[in-house]
Ligand binder design. Structure first.
Ligand SMILES: [Zn+2]
Length: 375
């Protein structure tokens, strides 16, 4: 919500404030001394390009070939203003802060800051990219931070169907990874799901996750650190921070979602939460919390369930109650009954109809049913 509000405010207030590419004074003083002219010139030329497509000539060839000549710059969050072009975004206010050198690799750190008016500004990101000599042309070119940070700071280990990519300084817990693999195989077997091979990328906390992706500061990284994850189903990758080796929720999405593309979101999230936890906590933990929350809030009407979003920063309604419905179905009719919920359609109407048909809970009685039976 904050992001949307801020964007609205910015669009109103941004007039002719573009074209601000600056070099910080401390960096300026060290350019000659530290021989940093070439990487700095490369980065400035890139930023002064008309748009991303025009800037492609400063980027390394293999990433252009892999991602295309307008989407090679993979830091998608930099499209902060939603204009669909990173260079055009950065022109609203970029200061190059530093360039550090590690052998032949240059790390270029910049601050993206937009002035709203004379007394207010917003800094969505401090981020870095890399420059090094491109093998194909022998010229200095720009590189995305994640693949290089992965080489510098992450290790890899395959256990069963999962290739774990984790911080090199982390003591990898093989038994936990094996436990996870057994869990995934059992679920796949019981529900006739095709278990493939997946990459699972984890960091210790959210801050490290952002840093690996190139964001030394990210505007979404404010407040309490709590476990979270996400599934990139199309690319068969799960990401998490804060829970280490064991985060089955996102991995289940990778083989559940493709099998049930028309399932209602609440049943998908519910399945992953019941069998694979949510934010590192069991379904029982979330149910217990919701039960207390509902006792303190008699005004919450659960008859319009799908309009409800979050109980608090760790518990979302669709995870805890979605999980509860999957649990009820599983206890009532095993895997077959769960499959019926997952196959009952994606609209809210389909969702309420499935609850009535398969679990016998009518929409108008949801509030009473859940308040009486939860736990
Ligand atoms: Zn999920």
């Amino acid at each position: 919500m904050t992001k949307i509000m801020l964007l609205f405010f910015l669009i109103l207030s941004l007039t002719a404030k573009s074209q601000k590419i600056r070099i910080d004074e401390s960096l300026k003083q060290n350019i000659d001394l530290e021989n940093l002219e070439s990487p700095l010139e490369l980065w400035i030329n890139f930023l002064n390009s008309e748009n991303d497509r025009d800037g492609a000539k400063y980027w390394n060839k293999s990433e252009i070939e892999e991602y295309g000549d307008s989407t090679y710059f993979q830091m998608s969050d930099l499209d902060y203003l939603g204009i669909g072009d990173k260079i055009k975004n950065l022109k609203f206010g970029l200061t190059v802060l530093s360039i550090t050198q590690l052998d032949s690799l240059y790390k270029i750190t910049s601050k993206f800051e937009i002035e709203i008016n004379d007394s207010a500004s917003v800094t969505p990101f401090i981020f870095h990219v890399y420059a090094k000599t491109d093998k194909s042309s022998a010229d200095l070119k720009l590189f995305n931070p994640l693949p290089l940070n992965q080489q510098l700071y992450m290790s890899k280990c395959q256990i069963g169907n999962i290739t774990y990519i984790y911080p090199s300084n982390h003591d990898f817990d093989k038994s936990l990874a094996k436990k996870q693999n057994r869990l995934l195989r059992n679920i796949a077997k019981e529900f006739d799901l095709d278990l493939g091979y997946y990459n699972y990328f984890f960091t210790i906390d959210r801050t490290t996750n952002f840093q690996l992706r190139g964001y030394d500061f990210h505007f979404e990284n404010i407040g309490l650190e709590a476990p979270s994850g996400r599934a990139d189903v199309a690319n068969k990758i799960a990401y998490s921070n804060g829970c280490g080796e064991f985060y089955p929720h996102e991995l289940i999405h990778l083989f559940l979602n493709p099998r049930y593309p028309n399932a209602h979101l609440w049943f998908l999230e519910g399945f992953c939460t019941y069998f694979g936890y949510s934010r590192g906590k069991t379904l029982e933990w979330h149910k217990h919390k919701l039960k207390n929350h509902l006792m303190n809030h008699p005004e919450i009407n659960l008859n319009n369930l799908t309009e409800l979003v979050n109980v608090d920063y760790l518990t979302g309604y669709r995870y805890v109650l979605g999980g509860y419905f999957i649990q009820l179905a599983y206890e009532k009719g095993g895997a077959d009954m769960v499959k019926k919920l997952l196959s009952s359609g994606s609209s809210d109407e389909d969702f309420y109809k499935a609850l009535e048909t398969f679990l016998g809970i009518k929409k108008y009685s949801l509030n009473e049913y859940i308040r009486t039976n939860l736990n």
